[in-house]
Design a binder for this molecule. Structure first.
Ligand SMILES: NC(=O)c1ccc[n+]([C@@H]2O[C@H](COP(=O)([O-])OP(=O)(O)OC[C@H]3O[C@@H](n4cnc5c(N)ncnc54)[C@H](OP(=O)(O)O)[C@@H]3O)[C@@H](O)[C@H]2O)c1
Length: 247
């Protein structure tokens, strides 16, 4: 994707979303980023030119306001990155069953509604028979292997992968739709040294990759005009070494 375009990224307040927003702002793109919480990363991104929109993406009534705001801000939209996510354990879901609904809302229903409503409001044309918009879902490398601790989370990410393929069919030829399926990208601050070391033994490439590898992967998906309906697995070889690796 050449610089100077407009990119929508959900969930830019921290970690991977914040890194992606900074990456595209540094390239000279206009970035619209959604957030819920004010963070130091968000303040930095605003200084770099982020157009920040506060929204809870599980609130379906709020979506029309987001779409109106985007249409008022730009008349072109080159990329939509569905990054926002929650990662509740099955124990969390047992205690708070509403989390299961929120998983599907955040990972499937809202991305579909947003993608289709934006196509209606800001239609992506084709140019020289090529797509001019790219949509990317952040899913998870473990959707095929399953998990004994995050069944509901993974099921919602599997649904997102299927949705990605259906949207690729529906929106061709003007829009390409793909997914990145990350394995371990970033540890959480609270992860112990022992947990980190144990987790790394499950990868063929035993290091913490960091959010930069998601930016690398996204650049490729945005730049390659022949890719649609594809999933790029970015998991340091987890799927080869240990297909049923546990969390
Ligand atoms: N990090 C990894 O190693 C890894 C591994 C596999 C897959 N992934 C996938 O990669 C993506 C990014 O991962 P991450 O680790 O950076 O995620 P993260 O730290 O959990 O951040 C998720 C983002 O989603 C936003 N969000 C959560 N609920 C929301 C809601 N209801 N409405 C609006 N925004 C909401 C959060 O915003 P607030 O903080 O403002 O609430 C936050 O900015 C996710 O899709 C994740 O599933 C990551």
């Amino acid at each position: 994707m050449s610089p100077g375009r407009t990119v929508l990224i959900t969930g830019v307040s921290r970690r991977i979303g914040a890194h992606l927003a900074a990456h595209y702002l540094a390239r000279g793109d206009r970035v619209i980023g959604t957030y819920r919480q004010e963070t130091a990363e968000l303040a930095n991104l605003r200084e770099q030119g982020l157009h920040a929109v506060k929204i809870d993406l599980t609130d379906t009534n709020a979506l029309s306001g987001l779409i109106d705001g985007i249409a008022a801000y730009t008349n072109r939209l080159d990329a939509i990155i569905h990054n926002a996510s929650i990662w509740p354990s099955d124990a969390d879901c047992a205690r708070q069953p509403e989390l299961i609904t929120q998983l599907y809302q955040l990972h499937v229903t809202t991305p579909v509604q947003l993608t289709l409503a934006l196509q209606h409001r800001l239609p992506a044309p084709t140019h020289d028979e090529r797509a001019t918009r790219t949509v990317v879902f952040l899913t998870d490398a473990k959707v095929s292997a399953g998990s004994d601790g995050h069944m509901h989370y993974l099921a919602s990410k599997a649904a997102a992968e299927s949705t990605m393929r259906s949207l690729a069919i529906r929106l061709a030829p003007h829009t390409r739709v793909n997914a990145i399926a990350p394995g371990l990208i970033l540890f959480h601050e609270q992860d112990s040294t022992e947990k980190r070391a144990n987790r790394l033994t499950k990868n063929l490439l035993p290091f913490e990759p960091g959010a930069g590898v998601i930016a690398n992967s996204l650049d490729y998906l945005l730049d390659c005009p022949a890719l649609t309906g594809s999933t790029l697995t970015v998991d340091c070889g987890l799927h080869l070494l240990n297909p049923s690796a546990r969390d």
